[in-house]
Design a binder for this molecule. Structure first.
Ligand code: AMP
Length: 592
């Protein structure tokens, strides 16, 4: 019998699956019962260890570690406010600017600043904190889904290209950093956490080869798979799309026991050599399931023991829920955690709930958290223990790595409490207009892209009089659709199809590096599309909004649309469609 745990988790199965799980659940209970004292301790630890840093000295903290002094002296900042210091670290300044501990690397966020990924300084021990949060996920899941030790997880996990800053520090995404760490690579065997994907496949930077090997392993071990996942919903859909495009070659490899010659990465070839054996029966099964191109329920058909999908479908990912339901035949979707490059925040204590009901419980040991009531001034921040149910807040962070009162940009709503710990619904990220996967395009970026593209129309005496946009995720990969109403002054010299295609590419060239990387390296966003609409369409759009109660005085053209009647109106007025004919420029190196 396992150690008893006094858990208040609202679960149908209260018995921890192992002693290890019992300890993890006990830890969650302790943290959530003592939110305020843990937060006080975390702030004290951060401020005392970083007391001699340039940043804290600048605000004359004088070694104080209490909340009051901290709040009265340290300003709330955005990335742009601290960018000069970040640049100094990137250029090789090793003095303690933000953190007494050496900066081990930069984590490149999918959030951008001036078109480039934000660089988040981190310290080595943050890996332990991330690992700790990961270690809580399965113990919670095991409460809801028994028997996960009787099989494997098919997870599509990827690393991305790494670069070095001018000062020689590595700059890479947080998951690339984690998968390359010993925490992940040499993790001890845990029957509840066995993956079908070998480390070699996950760590292969070529996204085609990595995906191919991971899919092949998933197919070979299809009868062992109990859960299927990726970090975000878009990643899992990409995997399904990959299967649609590559099942013939995959089936061939399975039938013959030979590996596709396009897989050239030596460690991947070596590990696949051990896994791949001729299996004509399985090859025939894969062919039978795929050749009719009927993809409904494909996940359940190929991996029949799957109990749930492990993917984030909250926030920008909610747009993928219907497609995932179609492919999975309505399998539950578990959103297990809420995290970022700056900090891993917390976990979902009821992971089998419906996507619309997902709430995340922030773990108070991860960092010091403050909350800015949405729309209030930065003098009104409240502590984690003091947020109120029903209210929306912007998340503000103070980390062990030295970010102080940093605005993450996420808006969260408090839905309730687990013990003394508030539970948050992810509402949205501030200022994001368009998103297909990790790309985040804001209004200013879209406007700038439109302006750059319209320069190509000048010689045709044509201008863009109105525009709006739409993230089309019906097909995989999804793509940006931009609706343009044009003023063509000389119809004898109207812009040609070729010119409008080039406008699409010009827009892509103007978008941020995360967008361009997704287009070029990851293939996870399709070519940008411009749909030219009839003259007068945007006026009709305004009439429609006014008929639904909008004020004429205050009406503004929505720069992004998704409401079905509006989409129908726009689509019924389309006179021509144009696509980007090429890939935009992208290299791992930063432009600045
Ligand atoms: P990055 O800095 O690129 O790791 O992106 C982190 C951001 O992704 C967060 O600040 C959120 O906006 C978003 N994010 C992370 N986890 C979730 C989640 N579980 N649900 C919704 N959005 C999330």
């Amino acid at each position: 019998m396992f150690m008893a745990v006094e858990s208040t988790l609202p679960t149908p199965f209260r018995t921890p699956a192992s002693d290890k799980d019992a300890k993890a659940l006990q830890f969650i209970e302790e943290m959530t019962k003592n939110v305020d004292s843990v937060q006080e301790r975390v702030l004290r630890e951060i401020l005392s260890r970083n007391a001699e840093t340039e940043y804290l000295k600048r605000f004359i903290l004088n070694g104080a570690t209490d909340r009051e002094t901290f709040k009265s002296r340290i300003p709330v900042v955005t990335y742009e406010d601290i960018q000069p210091e970040i640049q100094r670290i990137a250029n090789g300044d090793k003095s303690p600017i933000f953190s007494a501990h050496p900066i081990s690397e930069f984590l490149t966020s999918s959030g951008t600043s001036a078109g480039e990924r934000k660089l988040m300084p981190t310290i080595h021990e943050e890996l332990d904190r991330r690992q700790l949060l990961y270690s809580l996920l399965m113990p919670v899941m095991n409460l809801y889904v028994p028997g996960l030790d009787k099989g494997k997880g098919l997870y599509f996990l990827f690393v991305k290209a790494e670069t070095k800053t001018p000062g020689g520090l590595l700059a890479r995404p947080v998951l690339t950093s984690y998968y390359n760490s010993d925490h992940f690579k040499t993790r001890p065997y845990d029957p509840f956490n066995v993956y079908t994907s070998p480390n070699e496949a996950i760590l292969c930077v070529d996204s085609f080869q990595s995906m191919y090997a991971q899919m092949l392993c998933g197919l070979i071990m299809r009868n062992e798979v109990l859960r299927v996942g990726a970090v975000f919903a878009s990643g899992l859909l990409r995997a399904i799309h990959f299967l649609q495009n590559n099942w013939k070659q995959l089936a061939h490899d399975i039938a013959t026991g030979t590996l596709n010659p396009k897989i050239t990465d030596a460690p991947v070839r070596e590990c696949m050599r051990k896994i791949l054996k001729p299996n004509p029966e399985l090859a025939q099964f894969v062919t039978m399931e795929c050749y009719e191109e009927n993809w409904e329920c494909i996940i359940k058909r190929i991996w029949p023991r799957t109990k749930y999908l492990d993917v984030i479908v909250t926030g920008a990912m909610a747009q993928y829920i219907p497609t995932l339901e179609y492919y999975s035949g309505g399998l539950p979707m578990a959103c297990t955690m809420y995290a970022s490059s700056e900090c891993y925040f917390g976990l979902n204590l009821n992971p089998m709930c419906k996507p619309s009901e997902v709430t995340y419980t922030i773990m108070p040991n991860m960092a010091y958290f403050e909350f800015l009531p949405h729309g209030s001034s930065t003098s009104c921040l409240v502590d984690l223990a003091d947020v109120e149910v029903g209210k929306e807040y912007e998340l503000i962070l103070t980390t062990y790595a030295g970010l102080c009162r940093y605005r993450v940009g996420d808006i969260l709503r408090v839905t309730g409490f687990h013990n003394a710990a508030p539970q948050f619904r992810f509402i949205r990220r501030k200022n994001v207009l368009l998103s297909i996967e990790s790309d985040k395009t804001d209004e200013a970026e879209l406007q700038n892209a439109i302006e750059n593209a319209s320069l190509l129309l000048k010689e045709f005496n044509t201008s863009v009089v109105e525009y709006t946009s739409y993230a089309d995720t019906k097909q995989i990969p999804g793509h940006y659709v931009i609706y343009w109403e044009l003023l063509v002054k000389d119809s004898a010299n109207a812009p040609t199809d070729d010119v409008l295609n080039r406008c699409c590419l010009q827009m892509e060239e103007s978008l941020n590096s995360v967008y361009r990387q997704s287009r070029v390296a990851d293939n996870s966003i399709g070519p940008l599309e411009i749909r030219v609409v009839e003259n007068g369409t945007f006026e009709e759009l305004m009439d429609y909004a006014i008929s639904r109660g909008a004020s004429i005085n205050q009406y503004k053209v929505p720069r992004c649309v998704s409401f079905t009647p509006i989409m129908e109106l726009l689509n019924s007025r389309v006179v021509s469609k144009h696509f980007s004919p090429d890939l935009p420029h992208w290299t791992p190196e930063r432009r600045r």
